[in-house]
Write a protein that binds this ligand. Structure first.
Ligand code: 15L
Length: 235
């Protein structure tokens, strides 16, 4: 957890975001204007681990925010919250939760918590369903799902500064020529992406689509939606 208590100065506090007492104390100490929640295991794990990493951390932060009067959170959710959704012409942010992994289940649960605290406590909570946030795209799928680092900053800035977003879900991708996830909800909050994965297409597309490429293109979550990511819940 990182807080800035004075303009231009950072106050670094390292705590386990799943430790509600530590989170409560840190938020009370830092007293931030808003919370940006990026913590969590970015890969697949057991179900208990996923729920702890994504849902328990989010609940701990939301509870501390309520206690200390912090009114906004912007959360790094993931496309894998809806990863089993088949490809459509334009993917809405309104599709129901359809996770592809326990990781995705954790993100669905975290999004539900944001909705709950927005409804109960009037917190502004923006869930960003991030695609592939990388220095550059390296696979055919990422020509659609890439989020450049600069656009990531633009997106979080917009979500932090948009007037009264309430509970909102936006897609975290760049302005990719091959993108098929609706950028409208993000644009409505002021997220105006400037980068396009197409700039790297010549490096990425070196052969006709392979069966792996086709499988990755079939569902939102790409590789996470394939059987190689299936595992028992408690191992
Ligand atoms: C994510 O949410 C994951 O954290 C990351 O490992 C990638 O799989 C990314 O999505 C993606 O879909 O490319």
């Amino acid at each position: 957890m990182v807080g800035a208590d004075l303009p231009g100065q950072g106050a670094d506090v390292a705590v386990d975001c799943t430790d509600s007492a530590a989170v409560e104390a840190s938020v009370g100490e830092i007293r931030p204007d808003a919370v940006v929640h990026l913590a969590g295991n970015p890969g697949e794990s057991s179900l208990p681990e996923a729920l702890t990493s994504h849902a328990v951390s989010t609940a701990a932060l939301l509870e501390a925010m309520v206690h200390h009067g912090v009114r906004r959170i912007v959360y790094a959710s993931s496309n894998h919250a809806v990863g089993r959704t088949p490809r459509t012409a334009l993917l809405s942010t309104d599709v129901r939760g359809r996770p592809d992994t326990f990781y995705g289940v954790g993100k669905v649960a975290a999004e539900a918590l944001l909705q709950l605290y927005a409804d109960r406590h009037g917190i502004d909570a923006v869930a960003t369903r991030i695609g592939s946030c990388l220095p550059r795209p390296t696979t055919r799928r990422q020509l659609s799902t890439w989020l450049s680092h600069d656009d990531c900053v633009r997106m979080f800035h917009a979500a932090l500064t948009a007037p009264s977003p309430g509970y909102a879900v936006i897609h975290g991708i760049s302005a990719n020529t091959r993108g098929w996830w609706d950028l409208g909800p993000g644009r409505a909050l002021g997220y105006d992406p400037e980068d396009d994965a197409e700039e790297y297409a010549d490096d990425v597309v070196v052969a006709p689509p392979s069966p792996e490429d086709d499988a990755e293109a079939a569902r939102v979550g790409g590789p996470f939606a394939e059987s190689r990511y299936e595992r028992p819940p408690f191992d």
